[in-house]
Design a protein around this ligand. Structure first.
Ligand SMILES: Cc1ncc(COP(=O)(O)O)c(C=O)c1O
Length: 440
């Protein structure tokens, strides 16, 4: 492999900073659950890249699909279709309920949500969209307007009509009522607030079935059925954003199957492309017909591109052939057991939650007050990296510091055990160092 030429300047000399700090080492190679830095150091990747590499990095079938795509076409005029794009639309329609039958293929999750919001508004003739506190739907303006976990300040007004519902988080009850088990009061209070604020133009609710960046919030049984019935009562569309939850991470093809509720509209991204940029907005024939009639347009430079569609077909094949749904559940059990063992051992771990290979570990100063310990969390995360484990810590305002732990679905038992052992060592060292400093 030919190496790119680098000057002696600092690596970030010509790069805009976009949020999280850049890692201290350059990463040169990635395979399966492992990545290697430029000095050859091996690191376990428990974030699946940016939650996209569910098959593991550079899965041979993805590499093969990219090579095959090079034999055909990589990119075309936006109005041209190709066999992989048509096949992918047919494949998704076959996997989804009959009313989710028409797909629009774009590049990123933000774009897919942006298109979903436009379609929901055009179809309903209304403009208010309700998101969840703690949600993340993308960085384009419409999607960002219904993001409530971060990034709202500093850009002026958000999209008119952006409202919110409280996430059903029983560890930090948003209406200060429940502790450890959500009784659904927050949903009723939330819809009362939405009704009070609405100008009478409620178009849609957009939600992650399991809120991920907001701290791995798994709603209680029956929660999404209640939301759907609130939406139906108000003539609102329910949009599920399954960027992270579709295609195996929760042990099923789509999270809505697990929760027993079919959304009116669906967006897919991250996990569909297996590491390549691909997203989809999925709607019904009727909505497509109506919006087409009304003049819906959303051509982008990379709409319906053949390369990522070719790769997505390989992703869906591997998901089935390697039985990754079942594997995610089995490996998720082991990971969860390891994390609960660490919770018994280390006071700083206040809560372990999630299912499948999407696990959240909440870090607290005190298990009673549940005050977040973000500083120690960051120090442990940095120590993990030195010891060879890449982890993502997400902060939810001043409320919480949480590791979102999500290795590829192809992770091995040995890799899970190695990761848990590194985490154990890093927590032990950083907490011991902290108490020495406190005593000193
Ligand atoms: C649930 C969810 N939706 C949408 C997005 C946005 O996707 P993208 O970054 O590809 O625009 C993200 C990104 O983290 C996400 O987690």
């Amino acid at each position: 492999m030919s190496k790119p030429h680098l000057t002696n300047e600092p690596w970030d000399a010509h790069l805009i900073r976009y949020g999280m700090p850049f890692a201290k080492r350059l990463i040169e190679r990635a395979r399966g659950t492992l990545i290697w830095d430029s000095e050859g150091r091996e690191i376990l990747d428990f974030t699946s890249g940016q939650m996209c590499a569910t098959l593991g990095h550079n899965h041979p079938r993805i590499v093969e699909a990219i090579q095959e795509a090079c034999e055909g076409a990589l990119h075309l005029f936006s109005g041209m279709l190709s066999p992989p794009v048509v096949a992918l639309s047919q494949r998704l329609a076959a996997m989804l309920p009959p009313h989710l039958s028409k797909s629009l293929f774009l590049s990123t999750g933000g774009e897919a949500n942006e298109a979903a919001l436009k379609l929901a508004k055009m179809h309903s003739g209304r403009y208010e969209v309700v998101g969840y506190t703690g949600s993340w739907h993308g960085m384009t303006s419409g999607a960002q307007s219904v993001n409530y976990v971060a990034g709202r300040q500093g850009y002026g007004p958000m999209m008119p009509g952006a409202l919110s519902l409280p996430a059903p988080n029983p560890y930090h009850c948003p209406v200060r009522r429940c502790r450890d088990a959500c009784d659904g009061t927050c949903l009723e209070v939330g819809f009362d607030m939405v009704d009070a604020q609405s100008t009478g133009s409620l178009a849609a609710v957009i939600a992650e079935p399991v809120e991920s960046s907001g701290g791995v919030i798994v709603p209680p049984d029956g929660y999404w059925r209640k939301v759907k019935s609130h939406c139906d009562k108000r003539g609102m569309l329910l949009i599920f954003d399954e960027a992270q939850t579709a295609f195996g991470r929760l042990g099923c093809d789509f999270a809505f199957q697990h929760f027993g509720v079919e959304p009116d509209m669906l967006t897919l991204s991250k996990t569909l492309g297996g590491g390549l940029p691909l997203s989809a907005t999925v709607i019904s024939d009727a909505m497509d017909a109506d919006c087409h009639e009304k003049g819906f347009i959303h051509p982008t430079s990379h709409v319906s591109d053949p390369l990522p569609a070719h790769v997505a077909l390989a992703v869906l094949d591997v998901l089935a052939e390697e039985n990754l749904n079942a594997r995610a559940l089995a490996m998720g059990e082991r990971l969860g057991a390891g994390l609960r063992y660490l919770q018994d051992k280390h006071e700083i771990i206040g809560d372990v939650r999630g299912f499948g290979l999407l696990q959240g570990v909440e870090l607290v100063k005190d298990r009673e007050t549940r005050a977040p310990d973000a500083a120690t969390g960051r120090a442990i995360t940095a120590r993990c990296m030195e010891l060879g484990l890449s982890m993502n810590i997400v902060s939810v305002g001043s409320m919480a510091a949480i590791w979102r732990i999500a290795p590829p679905l192809t992770v091995t038992r040995e890799e899970i055990e190695r990761g848990v052992a590194i985490l154990d060592q890093a927590i032990g060292e950083v907490v011991a160092e902290g108490s020495k400093t406190a005593v000193g």
